[in-house]
Design a protein around this ligand. Sequence first.
Ligand SMILES: *[C@@H]1O[C@H](CO)[C@@H](O)[C@H](O)[C@H]1NC(C)=O
Length: 301
Amino acid sequence: MAIGTWFAALVAASSMGVSALPTQSKDVRDVNFAIPSALTSSHLYGAPANNFSCTSSRNPVVMLHGLSASREVDLNLLQYELNNRGYCTFSLTYGAHPIPSWIGGLDDMTKSAKQIAGFIHEVKQKTGATKVDIVGHSEGGVQSIYVPMTQDGIADIVEHIVALGPAVHGATYFGFTDLWYTGGDLTRALVGQLLDVVGCPACEQLAVDGLVTNQFTQAAKIAQPGNKVTVIGSTKDTLVPVEVSTIDEPDVNNVLVQTTCPDDPVGHAGLAWDRSVWRLIVNALEETDEEVYKCEQGLPF
Ligand SMILES: *[C@@H]1O[C@H](CO)[C@@H](O)[C@H](O)[C@H]1NC(C)=O
């Protein structure tokens, strides 16, 4: 990838409390990566358990978190909400380094894609559903499109795909902020230390000229036949601008938050928690335009 891009990302990251280049000079075991209570005590923390006995008239929904987040932090609140609406939802923390296993999405995205494909097969098989839906945020949004494009047999068993702010065309800054926000300065510092010691293959692969970005650029078609793909972007997202997330293919529905909620200042991380966005997600899954939730003011970052 372009060093300039990586450097720009680091400069941006530094301003958020992360300082050093990933040097891999320290050993990961030298750092205490125990899960901090500042994170687990947050009201934004914690996802429902995967319950394969769950039954619903709707497709089961697999939820994919963003970079540096996890199944417990990011789409977890939406997951509870979808459960309340009668959906069965399932999530995993993908792409985590073994230590700590609670910070996901950093690992090689081609490996994560296989992990996610395995999980989608498991959900389909254990629930007995014909089709599975996917909702992903940030890197998880990228994976929601990348997995059906690259993993055998997935496009055929997926119906709806909803991607929130996916950096399909090359990130210049990455969706780090979800976990950092939830755990405050403490988790920000931890993610910084983790990047120092284990690096972040996914960061490079999502960047301009990164492996995954180039695979999308070279693909004859990004959205796969039979998949109903919705990309949700905010005009106020400065981390993954709308030009970076839009998939310009006739069968992809690119939706802007501000079309239904013109005054919503929601930024990249905030897409996960904003009811203006949740409405668009439910609309995509149910193929309606019902005002499921009123517009609200999402987090501006
Ligand atoms: C899992 O779902 C089934 C069916 O809805 C329910 O009876 C059971 O209590 C659930 N298990 C847990 C641990 O929530």
